[in-house]
Design a binder for this molecule. Sequence first.
Ligand SMILES: [Zn+2]
Length: 637
Amino acid sequence: MSTEKKESSGVKSKSKKYKYTGVDKNRETVSGVIKGETYGQVEYALSEKGITDLIIHEKKKLKAASNTDPLLVEENDRSVASRNEIVAAELAKVMAEENDRSVASRNEIVAAELAEVTTEENDRSLTSRNRIVTAELAEMAKIKADGTEISLIQLEKELLEAHEVIPYEAIPLVSAQELDCLGLRWEGDTLVVGAPIARWPEVETLLTSLGIKYSLIDATADQIREARSLTLDLANATKDEIDVDALEIGEAPVSHLVQQLIERSVLERASDLHFETYRDFVSVRVRIDGHLHELVQLPVRLAPAISSRIKILAQMNIVERRRPQDGQFTTMVGEHQVDVRVSSIATIHGEKLVLRLHDAAKPNVNLKSLGMSHSQLETFKKMISVPNGLILVAGPTGSGKTTTLHSALQAVATSYKNVVTIEDPVEYVVPGITQIPIIDADRSGFAVQLRAVLRQDPDIILVGETRDAETARISVQAALTGHLVFTSIHANDSVGALYRLLQMDIEPHLVASAVRGVVSQRLIRRNCQFCSTSHEPTARELLILDAYGVTARELMHGVGCSLCGGSGYRDRIAVYQILDITESMAELIVAHPEPNVFRRYAVESGMRSLDAEAIDLAVKGITSIEEALSLFTGGSG
Ligand SMILES: [Zn+2]
């Protein structure tokens, strides 16, 4: 959008005046007023003059702050804005007085001042208070002109800087809430706005009055609300930049940083949070929809404090920095209880910590929400509605096997059955069934527990994973002696899963009579519903489609927006291959042919390959061709 339009909607103002206080080359305190568009320019101009240890504030804000009666500080009903101004003024005062003290002690005073101010704010939630404190700290860090000391956490900075006016800020919040609309992304100078069709006339009137060029896409009010809460969370997280120097005062700020990074990860639907120490920095990465993204790089000097903080939380040994360790803890993010499993490993530059995040309050799973096609669902239901037998779910780590297993379990569990699970870890807590966590992560964990469970008269057993011959043998025996057993197994496809049992020296005739069916699966990313657009297939895509015997006039892909971090993808969907063991297949297993012979037979009997299923999803517009193809190249987990 053009500059005039921006100004007319009042989103941007130009050349503000800033008041600064700092120290010159002779360590004399200096102050004055300087014009500039941003802090950055002001900061640069002053550092050119050799002025350091700066406090810079917009002039009008400072004025407002100094006009405030100190008595008002104790009032609870002030606006956040004016409260912030007072905090800023306090900071300015402290900073101006403390020219000759060390950075550390200055920060301590600032932190103490902040604490004092914030304790007066009884009516605010802890979170919003913390946000203000960190925002202030960030401001301070920003205005310290001593180049090397400026180390801000730039959470998703690129995302927000992608356009001069952030899409969701282009429409005033109140109007946006009233009309259930949300600015999603810029296409050139056109704002793409999501809104329910019923609201389009009003939204159009609003956008016209704002002088914004727009195009509208249909979205339900619920989708808009969900999208808005996500963008606002993102925006807040971005404002919560942290002064790294302040982190060194003590443990409290580091614990705040760790908590913030966990919260941020959960809000972004991340499954894992990685802290990797390199020679010069600590890289913090999150896994979202199966792909890793770097959140931030932190100074390497913080590594020991971060590592200690996480280890304390997870009840690990903080002195031990060489041997691998693991632990766990739970934390609250908003209303959600999040279970965090921590593992540490020593690398050449220091420790690497991986936090696996699991939102314990995930909605209950069920067969319908798995995303199987109608015919797959029918086959799967038939497969699991037997009184006994072994059902295998195959796929690599992180392919959604646990969700499939629990959905199946809930479909068959009834109150007159004894349902027991042995899991590592327990991911879904389900009332009415007995869930046993594997505490001892050694190889015999599952087998030991499974033997104990079998002495407790179970009907249905879920064995989280079959990774050793002993567990496989007991599972098969249990399935053959009247129990319904569900388990997951590492294998590339359904036929591979059957052969995995055979490789574990389970006799072919036992496999043939115990296994009822196999589901193998992968997760691929869905096109982002907020920015998906159609395109004609390219020549290469046509060739690929042709190879699978399908045609499509148009395909869909996400072009990237603020709700998918620019990736074009949001959430994932499972791709399934289902192998229903028929009588003739069971006979073939007993004959134990080469896997490929069996595979050919299964395909002839109607089994489809995982990649054909993935291409189907691309033709339906649910994912892109590239993402479907990533199944062959291993690009997606
Ligand atoms: Zn998007």
